[in-house]
Write a protein that binds this ligand. Structure first.
Ligand code: URA
Length: 215
């Protein structure tokens, strides 16, 4: 993992497996099936990094041979918050390695003219004040959806919030860092730039369309 511009809150997960799979996903000829499978696999690998600092506690257990003190994850279950609809792609992979996580959903669409986020759905688990949250969306592009989603999640007063995306660009990182300097960003790559339609270049196209085969 590295932190560009010495910003310790921006984590680029440059593990060879993640980078190799991301390259396969970017190719325009990648099928819906392989795109989805690769996103799932990358999300599992990213979950490993994102959960690295989860608190642990010691419990006493019995192996077939003797009693021992062993580590388990402490506290209430993590909450994965998916920004609909493309967040589902990351959510599925993360849930396969953190199967006990609770799940929240935020429905946001991007107004094609203003590129601003418009909310149409919001549902979180209970006891948010006692939980750590990971907000997921594959593309951090303008940053408007992520900023709006995190604002809504903050209103539920969770213990902490992290943001995970597959791809971002300098504009998206700057917008999110400015609006929510307390929220670390985890990504597989920071691409060159945003275009005038709010797409990341070189990017991988519309992540939602590629996950669901709706292009
Ligand atoms: N959303 C996408 O799906 N792709 C982009 O490049 C930007 C936003």
């Amino acid at each position: 993992m590295n932190s560009p511009n010495n910003d310790p809150q921006v984590h680029v997960i440059n593990h060879p497996l993640v980078q190799h799979k991301l390259t396969l996903m970017r190719k325009k000829e990648a099928s819906t099936n392989s795109f989805r499978t690769l996103l799932n696999e990358i999300s599992m690998l990213m979950a490993y990094e994102v959960t690295r600092d989860m608190p642990m506690q010691e419990v006493e257990i019995e192996t077939p041979l003797e009693t021992m003190s062993a580590k388990v994850i402490d506290g209430k279950k993590l909450v994965l918050v998916s920004i609909l609809r493309a967040g589902t792609g990351i959510l599925d992979g993360m849930l396969s390695v953190v199967p006990g996580a609770r799940v929240g959903h935020i429905g946001l669409y991007r107004d094609p003219k203003t590129l601003q986020a418009v909310e149409y759905y919001f549902k979180m688990p209970k006891d948010m004040q006692e939980r750590d949250v990971v907000v997921v969306d594959p593309m951090l592009a303008t940053g408007n959806s992520a900023v709006a989603a995190i604002e809504r999640v903050k209103a539920t007063h969770p213990k902490s919030i992290k943001f995970v995306c597959l791809l971002t660009c300098p504009e998206g990182v700057a917008t999110l860092r400015k609006a929510h300097p307390d929220v670390p960003i985890y990504t597989a790559a920071i691409d060159r730039q945003l275009n005038s339609h709010g797409y990341i270049l070189p990017g991988l196209g519309d992540a939602g369309d590629r996950i669901f085969g709706t292009q």
